[in-house]
Design a protein around this ligand. Structure first.
Ligand code: F0G
Length: 471
């Protein structure tokens, strides 16, 4: 027995299935052109393996589906809200909970209530909707990642950390009241899904509080961050995940949650805080923009499913399987010489597109070139996280393509297929052209931009990668 390689077995069995199919290559080419070369315009039924996002795309458990039926749809005083509030307080230690329809809903009402024009909000790295919502109230988001984050090959354990020295300088030099909030995004989605260490969270809280600022955590992927703290921070090697989560939240004054990630639901989120004054300030904006305090833009049954998901997500076996899937993909790609951000993050594989597509200049969006190649070559939908997403004024340190893994949805075979597609692209990357923007809005342009290729595409007939038809 002992010489056998361990097999990863999913800690769930499949009770309901959703058929998927791969379109013939010529059809994929046609669909991509119809979509203005922007994968956000593709219809999901034309996608074979959808790794556009891990947000709202997970599979709910039988317990969550059962909870839906028990949802209390009362406008005020819903029992489903009370169940959610109790779960969030138990998890975070924060008694004040405001439900929202999703993460950006939390950002919108929270910043509207608590920020003024001219103020500055530093973070390890803001997510794009967070950045846009801070800007929308006239304040300035500032990213202060650690220098290690700029090197995709550096195997450092906590590349999601905030640079505390730069944060200290920013706080010291700011005018009184200019920095009311310091943020930490766990895990750091924009820079490779990399975790933030407990020590970094502790130091950030201490600094923020010394200068009269509050620490607000974006906890969309808190469970994955807790898992990495246990794996990579020696002091926590044998600490239960729930205790790690409690300690992590103990440093924060408030949390913004997109439950579409580690809440294991298709839609939902919340704001939690330990301070009555924060709650009082945000509550009127919640009622104005999201909904009454006990539903926040969600149905009672959605609150109920979220309460169950938040408890399931810290399950040891679930997290080991999930983080293991991402780690295996990163290892397999690295072994084949395909440039990926290392070490593996929690929710996604990030390919360094400006290296793989080094024939495409940054101005022609190497990440978009790879995103189009992935769909055309294999029916795989991924997401550019580079110059197209960030916009001209904020060049990212490198051009990435994110392959986000939905929770409890794809098996190792699906992911092995994706590795195969990437390997095929990497054999002859130069056949894929770059892109230019034809039409785009000023804010969050990547979602709706129309693009056009800067050169001819390869012929679809070369890209019918074989699928095994069984023995
Ligand atoms: N914060 C982080 C770290 C996120 O990754 C997201 C969404 C949000 C906030 C906003 O939450 O979508 O519920 O409004 N990220 C998704 C993604 C869209 O694909 O990474 P939302």
């Amino acid at each position: 027995m002992s010489e056998w390689k361990p097999i990863r077995v999913p800690p769930f069995r499949i009770k309901m299935v959703e058929p998927i199919r791969r379109l013939p290559a010529a059809d994929r080419w046609a669909r991509m052109a119809e979509a203005h070369w922007n994968v956000f315009y593709l219809r999901s039924r034309d996608v074979f393996i959808d790794l556009l996002t891990d947000s709202g795309t997970g599979a709910m458990s039988d317990a969550q589906w059962a909870a839906l039926v028990m949802g209390d749809e009362a406008y005020a005083g819903s029992q489903s809200f009370e169940a959610l509030r109790a779960v969030v307080e138990d998890l975070t230690g924060m008694p004040y909970v405001l439900p929202v329809h999703q993460g950006r809903g939390a950002e919108h009402v929270f910043f509207k209530a608590l920020l003024r024009p001219g103020q500055v909000v530093p973070s390890n790295t803001h997510f794009d909707t967070t950045r846009a919502n801070i800007r929308a109230v006239g304040a300035t988001p500032v990213d202060l990642p650690v220098p290690e984050a700029a090197d995709p090959d550096l195997e450092a354990p906590f590349k999601g950390d905030i640079d505390v020295d730069r944060l200290a300088r920013l706080l010291r030099e700011a005018a009184p009241g200019q920095v009311p909030i310091v943020m930490l995004t766990v895990t750091n989605n924009a820079l490779g899904g990399q975790p933030v260490s407990m020590e970094n969270i502790r130091q950030t809280a201490e600094l923020a509080h010394r200068y009269g600022a509050r620490l607000v955590m974006d906890i969309a992927r808190f469970a994955e961050n807790c898992y990495f703290i246990r794996q990579r921070e020696p002091a926590f090697r044998s600490v239960p995940l729930r205790d790690i989560a409690r300690q992590m939240f103990s440093y924060a004054d408030a949390c913004l949650m997109s439950a579409k990630k580690d809440g294991l639901v298709p839609i939902g989120g919340f704001i939690a805080t330990r301070h009555a004054d924060v709650y009082e300030a945000v509550a009127p904006f919640l009622i104005l923009h999201e909904g009454f305090l006990t539903y926040g833009g969600l149905a009672g049954h959605e609150l109920a499913a979220m309460a169950v998901g938040l408890q399931e997500v810290l399950d040891e076996a679930y997290l080991a399987h999930r983080v293991g899937q991402v780690a295996t993909m990163v290892d397999e790609l690295h072994r084949r010489g395909i440039p990926v951000v290392r070490p593996a993050g929690g929710h996604a594989v990030y390919v360094v597109a400006d290296r793989l597509m080094d024939h495409v200049p940054v101005e022609a969006f190497p990440g978009q070139a790879l995103t189009v190649a992935l769909y055309c070559a294999g029916g795989v939908r991924a997401c550019e996280v580079g110059s197209l997403l960030m916009g001209d004024d904020e060049r990212p340190p490198y051009e990435l393509v994110r392959l986000a893994i939905p929770r409890r949805v794809y098996t190792d075979e699906h992911l092995a297929y994706v590795v195969r597609v990437l390997a095929a692209i990497a054999e002859r990357p130069r056949v894929w052209p770059g892109f230019r923007v034809v039409r785009a809005p000023a804010v969050l342009r990547h979602f709706t931009a129309h693009l056009a290729p800067t050169g001819p595409l390869p012929s679809p007939t070369d890209w019918e990668l074989p699928l095994a038809e069984g023995d």
